[in-house]
Design a protein around this ligand. Structure first.
Ligand SMILES: [Zn+2]
Length: 247
């Protein structure tokens, strides 16, 4: 390309940029966060507001082993450019002030686990098939305690390797689903990824996922944020789904 040209010829750069964007999304908390649409969809045989997921574990203990306990933190969610799903870890009490709390953005306490999402789906973007992907499921505190009550009665309280069905029954219900039912304990070595290889059972790198935004990023985000109107719509998403397969 000549120095005075401001364009490229061919597909190479477009493909590289698309790949970089996919990689960024895959390695980010947002791209990995598990959620369900708020309606069943048009196909009664394949409701998109349900999924089967297998738990790999929550927080790690001091020996670096995953436990059945969730990793918990305070979080803010902001609506930016008319879209929810922009999550920021609250730093109040950890690093002194939190820029989001200072601006009056409400926060909530939540707990997360690493799961395998067994839904099989094809990307409309590139036709790629996806199944048994590692995801981050995040429960807000109310839903977390409901889940805890069920979980401790199942599989002797051991969460790893348990298969659950979750359903979201409405747009005001938690995005991770408000109805959680234990199905069975599964042999993780028999759960295969899209290439037919056994899945990686390591829990997600929570520290990377929950890293607070830099000061610059926080100011940039807050500059375009306006407090929600009273009685306004809360987070609400639709348009994604896939059929759960027998892991
Ligand atoms: Zn905060």
């Amino acid at each position: 390309m000549a120095p005075d040209d401001f364009f490229d010829v061919g597909y190479d750069t477009a493909e590289r940029v698309a790949q970089e964007s996919r990689d960024r999304r895959q390695s980010s908390s947002l791209g990995r966060r598990f959620w369900l649409p708020n309606k069943a969809g048009d196909d009664p045989e394949n409701p998109i507001n349900e999924a089967r997921v297998i738990f790999l574990g929550g927080a790690k203990n001091s020996d670096g082993e995953a436990t059945s306990a969730p990793i918990c933190w305070w979080e803010h969610e902001l609506k930016i450019d008319s879209r929810w799903g922009n999550y920021f870890t609250c730093t109040l009490g950890h690093e002194g002030q939190c820029p989001f709390c200072e601006k009056g953005v409400s926060r909530y306490y939540c707990g997360g686990f690493t799961i395998i999402d067994t839904r099989r789906w094809k990307s409309k973007h590139d036709g790629e098939e996806h199944v048994n992907e590692k995801k981050f499921v995040v429960f807000k505190s109310d839903n977390l305690s409901v889940f805890h009550k069920k979980q401790q009665k199942r599989n002797k309280g051991v969460l790893m390797g348990t298969l659950w069905e979750t359903m979201r029954t409405g747009d005001k219900k938690p995005r991770e689903g408000d109805q959680w039912d234990f199905i069975e304990a599964v042999d993780l070595s028999k759960v295969l990824d899209v290439n037919g290889d056994p899945i990686d059972t390591e829990v997600l790198p929570y520290k990377d996922f929950l890293k607070p935004a830099s000061e610059e990023r926080a100011s940039e985000v807050l500059a375009s944020w306006t407090p929600p109107q009273r009685g306004g719509q809360g987070p609400n998403k639709s348009g994604y789904g896939g059929k759960s397969v027998k892991y």
